[in-house]
Design a protein around this ligand. Structure first.
Ligand code: GMT
Length: 387
């Protein structure tokens, strides 16, 4: 198939999923065209079967807000026509589904069919989409999509409840490349000493440091762990709450035990070095960071929110707590880190969950089958007639 993909190309879970999906589909022989305002950060630009098309957004003194949505729609239509795309897959409802809808309409006037699928990732529904100024257009974009997927049952149900959309939503959960995200003992032996001494436990957190991730809670949990045992923390990512986390770490006297690593491209090299992940989010429609860690045999102490229970079976492959229960999370971390056998059992269960349910090899065929279904249905419905 010839597939166009649009996403937010910078750091963030939806962009990661979109990019990894494109890479996996290209490896299976599909022609992939990314249509975004900059090159998705996990792409090298050298992958076979992948083309990147930049969306140029022309500014003009009249435009206080340059119309990115329109520039995107134009580029989508151009790329679809030039490369005869079979389907367009947009990640994050706003504004991508509406741009895709415009592109589909533009092409229909030229007798071309361009079905599009919208994948809902979380904040496009739970935060941005529920904002009164965006709600009607989010609902419109979803209902007008030829196919809609959500990354968890929780997000699907939440979308039905909050938006009363008519379009059926297919659940296709987040995935991880289990060959890349794995624990290789020789790699760990080589790299771990950079971040922790042999007698120290190593904790990790990975996010975009937005308020919804509660990075301050990570520092609070870690401070309790560090008071109980020799330990260090790797904080991977960057965003609005980074300085608040740095400030709190200094106040608590633990700044020298925390590695603020900033944005990292190869998180699969870092995650397997850790013993435990802390993901205390206010909301997580799935929790891709926890899945990536689990594939690397790193179980997660997380919050019981959103779609996280669809990934973490509390007590088996991780632990779940109420939002803000930093005492509970710290106690669980200390208990697990003090019991090597229990931690090892949980690490094995975490890897097995990733492997048995969320490996790319299992999830990508679901997307392929869904694309075929939507393409076939669209040919029958005929948003345009093939010319
Ligand atoms: O909050 C983020 O990490 C960014 C956000 C996004 O859309 O870029 O992530 C969402 O999508 C991820 C990939 O599908 C999910 O794993 C995250 O759970 C989800 N984040 C939230 O729901 C807060």
């Amino acid at each position: 198939m010839k597939i166009g993909i649009t996403c937010y190309p910078t750091y963030g879970g939806s962009g990661v999923v979109a990019t990894e999906l494109g890479i996996e589909l290209a490896a299976r022989g599909h022609d992939i065209h990314f249509i975004t305002y900059s090159q998705p950060f996990r792409l090298t630009g050298r992958e076979a079967n992948i083309c990147y098309h930049e969306v140029p957004v022309t500014n003009y003194p009249l435009f206080e807000y340059p119309p990115y949505d329109l520039a995107l729609a134009t580029r989508m239509a151009e790329v679809a026509e030039f490369y005869s795309l079979d389907i367009l897959h947009v990640h994050y409802a706003i504004p991508h589904s509406v741009s895709a809808l415009l592109a589909r309409q533009m092409l229909a006037t030229r007798g071309k069919v361009l079905p599009f699928i919208t994948t809902l990732h979380g904040t496009d529904i739970t935060l941005v989409g529920l904002d009164r100024s965006y709600l009607p257009i989010t609902r419109f974009g979803i209902d007008e999509s030829d196919g809609v997927t959500a990354i968890s049952s929780h997000l699907r149900d939440r979308t039905y409840e909050a938006f009363a959309v008519k379009r059926e939503i297919e659940v296709i959960r987040n995935f991880v490349n289990c060959d890349l995200y794995t624990r290789n003992p020789s790699h760990v032996a080589r790299m771990r000493p950079r971040y922790a001494k042999p007698e120290e436990k190593l904790l990790v957190h990975l996010s975009n440091f937005r308020p919804v991730k509660r990075v301050i809670d990570v520092v609070k949990v870690f401070s309790k762990v560090a008071a109980a045992m020799p330990a260090r923390l790797m904080l991977i990512g960057d965003g609005p709450d980074r300085s608040a986390a740095e400030y709190l770490a200094m106040e608590l006297g633990i700044a020298n035990r925390i590695h603020f690593l900033g944005k990292q491209e190869n998180v699969h090299d870092l995650l397997p070095l850790a013993d435990l992940m802390i993901m205390p989010s206010e909301m997580e429609s799935f929790g891709l960071a926890a899945l990536e860690a689990m594939a690397c045999r790193v179980p997660s102490i997380s919050t019981r929110v959103g779609g996280v229970p669809e990934l973490i079976d509390a007590g088996l492959n991780g632990r779940l707590f109420a939002v803000g229960d930093t005492d509970g999370m710290a106690a669980a971390a200390i208990e697990l880190l003090s019991d090597t056998a229990a931690l090892e059992t949980m690490a094995t269960a975490a890897r097995r969950t990733a492997q048995d349910h969320f490996c790319a090899s299992r999830i990508i065929p679901m997307y392929e089958a869904y694309y075929r279904k939507v393409i076939d249905a669209s040919k029958i419905a005929g948003h345009g007639s093939e010319g």
